[in-house]
Design a protein around this ligand. Structure first.
Ligand SMILES: Nc1ncnc2c1ncn2[C@@H]1O[C@H](COP(=O)(O)OP(=O)(O)OP(=O)(O)O)[C@@H](O)[C@H]1O
Ligand SMILES: [Mg+2]
Length: 257
């Protein structure tokens, strides 16, 4: 089982779009995949068709129950979601007062019936308690970066948070992938940002970039990932290519099968 978290504290940096569509593309290859929606906005849950996830995920984190009660099946074969809801708004507050507050997600996952090849955690746009739980639990981070110069500025802060989490909570944690998103090849700007990322982060930057594609922006309203909403779109092609690259990493040293 490989655990990834889509993390970037900058709001609107394509975390949820990447978590949902990468997960759907992985499921399409026959890999059982779970999306854990750690964001109180519950965008990933709603996108995957769960209108109200209730309080099961909050209870799993705060009361130390397993994730099983929070897990729902989706219309995509092989894809499940640990669903969030507005109840999660209170999670930061509850966790702040709790012992071992950063290790709750890890404990909840371990107490569940593990049946997945991939677990992808969609983080909220903040480096608070919920994201700390993802950093403590994940093997690796997948950092989507919107291809815009302003988007590079927060990455130093994210690297610091990762270094601190590695030291305090999770020695195996690493940034596994940085993915340029919303790249508009009709302008010079988007590809230049991806080049700037490659200059700074080298091989951590995936070869696949996610192009700007209006179909990706449309599909949450239709409660379908891009692979089903418009399987022939550039968005579907890009997330399938990203899934292939992520799977390919399994053959590198240090990755669990
Ligand atoms: N490749 C793309 N082409 C066009 N629009 C995109 C693309 N990727 C993401 N978007 C749009 O960008 C916006 C932000 O994306 P998304 O919600 O995935 O970001 P996020 O990081 O999860 O946001 P938040 O920080 O609020 O959780 C959304 O409106 C989404 O539809
Ligand atoms: Mg999001």
């Amino acid at each position: 089982m490989r655990t990834l978290a889509t993390v970037n504290h900058k709001g609107g940096s394509c975390k949820t779009t990447t978590a949902v569509n990468l997960a759907a593309a992985l499921a399409e290859t026959g890999r059982a995949t779970l999306v854990v929606d750690l964001d109180p906005q519950a965008s990933a849950s709603r996108w995957l068709g769960i209108a109200d996830g209730g309080r099961a995920l909050l209870d799993a984190l705060v009361q130390g129950r397993g994730l099983d009660r929070a897990i729902r099946s989706t219309a995509v074969p092989g894809l499940e979601v640990a669903a969030a809801s507005p109840w999660m708004v209170t999670a930061e507050q509850h966790l702040a007062a709790a012992p071992q507050s950063d290790l709750r997600l890890q404990a909840a996952l371990r107490a569940s019936t593990l049946r997945w090849d991939y677990v992808i955690v969609d983080c909220p746009p903040a480096l608070g308690q919920l994201t700390a739980n993802a950093l403590a639990m994940a093997d690796e981070l997948l950092v989507p970066v919107e291809a815009h110069f302003m988007a590079l500025e927060g990455l130093a802060q994210l690297e610091l948070a990762v270094a601190s989490a590695r030291k305090r909570l999770n020695p195996k944690l690493r940034i596994g992938s940085i993915v340029g998103c919303r790249v508009d090849s009709r302008t010079r700007h988007g590809p230049e940002v991806v080049e700037a990322l490659r200059a700074r982060f080298g091989d951590l930057v995936r070869q696949t970039v996610i192009r700007e594609n209006v179909r990706l922006a449309e599909c949450p309203s239709f409660k379908e990932p891009i692979t089903r909403y418009d399987p022939r779109s550039t968005g579907a092609a890009d997330y399938r290519a990203l899934a292939r690259e992520v799977i390919e990493q399994e053959h590198s040293d240090g990755y669990a099968a």
